[in-house]
Design a binder for this molecule. Structure first.
Ligand SMILES: [Zn+2]
Length: 352
């Protein structure tokens, strides 16, 4: 991604302009779920080094973790607070590193809707103060509902978001696997594959409000990494959907829909690239990135094992102090570094 966008958290039309650039150039932007501030820093540092925009997404429980596990999440209390302060932090860091960040919240179903309701209020407050929203975009996932209900509910919130020119991500079909306590392992096989006419229905309905939306249409996607996928990725569904919409609404524009790829971790690279060709502009990564961070820490812990057993005394001498080995600043940085190496590789891969 060679084009430079203004630094800081992207809001308003800039969000879709970044996606338009990505679609035109057959690039997908990695959207990374974060756990803790080390991951945020590692993402922003990577994006600064290779001069690219990036998507940081906060999940409901990731946000709660960031504000500390000691708080009670009754009525979404820590998820809301965690999202607000994590977002404020990202505003500052992205500006300092001169990186463009699309700041997004991940899956929100009807049970957690209070979370997004409160964040919409925060967006409004932020908008009044700084003329930009706190978040770039939100995802609403009512994919458990019949599609008409799903889109009816999405339209309600999308209208509110549109007052602040925000971008919406919706999900149709169901992502397999398990994430944040929601288990979709045993669902009707059919549900894992969206139909082109369903994508057309969503496209046509949301378009009436604004064109600032992206669609997570499932084509066999799975959250998490497993020994063997129990369903196959079929990116052709995205191609067929684009063509269906072109024909049905007589749209000349190539690839009218902006697609999101959920469950990018552990996915076949060929299929990933194929999906980018068909209009995927955002690929979600969580599981793989968690693993890379942990690998960095694990390798260090194994390598320096004898320096981490006591505060004093190591193979270099029984009176040698070990502070410079056990300081969390040392081993957390090892996690960040491994995370960064792999994120750079991912940016290179997400092109058709
Ligand atoms: Zn997802």
């Amino acid at each position: 991604m060679s084009k430079k966008f203004p630094p800081g958290v992207a809001t308003g039309n800039l969000v879709m302009n970044i996606f338009k650039y990505a679609k035109k150039n057959c690039i997908a932007i990695p959207a990374i779920n974060i756990t803790g501030f080390n991951m945020i820093n590692a993402i922003i540092e990577t994006a600064a080094e290779i001069n690219v925009p990036v998507i940081i997404q906060i999940s409901n429980l990731g946000a709660a973790f960031n504000i500390g596990k000691g708080l009670n999440n009754k009525n979404q209390y820590s998820s809301i607070l965690g999202s607000i302060y994590t977002a404020k932090y990202i505003h500052q860091v992205s500006k300092a590193y001169r990186v463009t960040v699309i700041l997004h919240t991940d899956h929100c179903n009807n049970e957690k809707i209070l979370w997004i309701k409160k964040l919409l209020k925060e967006n409004k407050k932020h908008f009044k103060l700084f003329n930009k929203t706190l978040f770039s975009s939100h995802m609403l996932d009512f994919s458990n509902e019949p599609i008409k209900n799903n889109i009816k509910m999405c339209k309600y919130y999308f209208s509110l978001m549109n007052e602040m020119n925000m971008t919406l991500e919706v999900e149709i079909g169901i992502t397999g696997g398990e994430e944040e306590g929601i288990n979709n392992m045993k669902i009707n096989y059919d549900k894992f594959y969206t139909k082109p006419k369903e994508v057309a229905y969503v496209y046509n309905n949301l378009k009436k409000i604004s064109s600032n939306f992206i669609i997570a249409a499932t084509f066999g996607n799975v959250h998490g990494v497993y020994k063997s996928h129990f369903i196959n990725l079929k990116p052709k569904i995205l191609y067929k959907s684009q063509k269906y919409i072109n024909k049905k609404f007589n749209i000349k524009q190539k690839k009218p829909v902006f697609f999101v790829f959920h469950g990018g971790s552990g996915s076949n690279l060929k299929k990933l690239k194929e999906s980018i060709k068909y209009g995927v502009v955002k690929i979600n990564l969580d599981t793989d990135m968690q693993y890379y961070f942990t690998c960095g820490v694990r390798n260090y812990m194994e390598y320096k094992k004898k320096f981490l057993k006591n505060q004093i005394g190591n193979p270099k001498g029984k009176n040698k102090p070990n502070k410079k080995y056990y300081s969390p600043r040392i081993w957390l940085r090892k996690g960040e570094k491994e995370f960064k190496i792999n994120l750079k590789k991912i940016f290179k891969k997400f092109k058709y």
